[in-house]
Design a protein around this ligand. Sequence first.
Ligand code: ATR
Length: 275
Amino acid sequence: MQNAGMEALGLSWRYLAFEVQPEKLREALEEAKEMKLIGVNLTVPHKLLAVEMMDALDESAQTWGAVNTVRFEAKDAKGAWRPLREITGMPQEVRAHGFNTDAEAITRALHEDLQLDVRGAKILLLGAGGAGRTAALKLAADGAGELFLVNRTQGKAEAVAGEIRERWPTVRVTVGYPSGTVELVLNATSLGLKADDPLPCDGERFSLRKAGAVYDMVYRPAETPLLAEAKKAGCRVANGITMLLYQGARALELWSGRKAPVGVMRAALLKSVYG
Ligand code: ATR
């Protein structure tokens, strides 16, 4: 999707995948600066580690405590930091500027795919790992009415609940399943990626018939067992492909300074993921 987006914008850039061991991340980022890369995306487990390695942090990365997009920058003739694409000649010093485009993509996807307005909504969130924590904080920041947090390791859900109570005291947050109905069930666990995974939502504790909509961050397979169950229960459903699209589209905007060609990127993404 990035290569298709770059091509549509007429940029002679290439997006490549590199596998980097976590203990080599700092070195890899320094080398990226040396090589004058325009930017990088980071995925698990680098998003949290990278926070400490940035020379500057955008408010988005500070707010969510994770970096998924880095833009490399150098000083222009007036001494102001500018994205490398704007610099002519060989820059002296390059800095890494960290952003987070994941959180915004969550609300954008919920709105577009499920017509869901987070404000005031009751939401059951499954998972309190990296993705689950960012989702929980973003939903709280967007004014969710009540959050129910469920995670296999309960201590992690409790830690996220504590962070929300401190930062957004008006949002009600409970660790555990709700007894009544919710507008949304959001799966942020990795369950559903493998065919023999159990459902992330315990049917004995919560019936999907009590949910208006179900969003699964897992997007492969397109219909996860959770989404199949949710459909049967009459819920509106969507998988995580739109989230993936929007975090990438925003990253391309940060690197290029141009509006992302979302239609082209979506088509390329769907083709590469679903064939
Ligand atoms: P990510 O950054 O994608 O969220 P992660 O931080 O490793 O990755 O989080 C994975 C999530 O899936 C966690 O909520 C994890 O639960 P734990 O915190 O208890 O590890 C959840 N998860 C993974 N495998 C699971 C399983 N077999 N059963 C239940 N939850 C599982």
